[in-house]
Write a protein that binds this ligand. Structure first.
Ligand code: ZN
Length: 189
């Protein structure tokens, strides 16, 4: 399946001139939630990621950081027939709440929707290590890392995308006078 076309069709990948939450400008906007709202597509995405994971890599548990990682971690757990839980921030620190736990020695895959700098995934990985869990792999729907080595374990992704971003004062789209759009804002009226 040409996943980028599916993303475009569902409005999860937009082309134009966008103000990102980081404050940067970009010709593209990616919102995985808009593809994950379709359970059949979420399931299909998870199966495709799962198929890229070597069969001899033992995984007991998939952990995703809230909110972006919750659905895809759960679907990946379904595809792998293992447990799926999520970590969430409490007073700024990533934690396991709601009685979720990782047993010492459990083989864990960390799963995000989008990996750019990998910050949240790395926080989840160090949290799992505090529990004595063994982080064996990382996974995501969209890998935006540009091939930078972020993790000490393999990263399995559905697609890799290198998206351009610009500082507002250097943005060529601003210079062309293309109207800047804040994604999602039209839905807030
Ligand atoms: Zn701009």
């Amino acid at each position: 399946m040409n996943w980028l076309e599916v993303f475009k069709e569902k409005g999860a990948f937009l082309e134009g001139h966008f103000l990102l939450s980081s404050g940067l400008h970009s010709p593209n906007y990616l919102q995985c939630a808009l593809i994950l709202q379709y359970p059949d597509l979420s399931e299909e995405i998870a199966k495709e990621i799962a198929n890229k994971i070597p069969k001899d890599l033992k995984i007991d548990l998939v952990v995703g950081p809230a909110l972006g990682g919750i659905i895809i971690a759960y679907e990946l757990a379904r595809a792998l027939k293992v447990r799926g839980i999520f970590a969430e921030r409490e007073e700024g620190k990533m934690k396991l709440r709601r009685g979720f736990t990782v047993k010492p020695g459990e083989k864990v895959m960390v799963c995000e929707d989008v990996v750019t700098t990998g910050g949240s995934a790395l926080e989840v990985a160090s949290l799992i290590k505090e529990y004595g869990g063994d982080v064996v792999a990382f996974s995501c729907i969209v890998d935006r890392s540009g091939g930078k080595p972020i993790f000490d374990k393999p990263l399995y992704s559905l697609i890799q995308l290198n998206l351009e971003t610009y500082q507002p004062e250097e943005c060529p789209l601003c210079k062309e006078g293309i109207p800047l759009v804040k994604p999602g804002s039209r839905n807030l009226k």
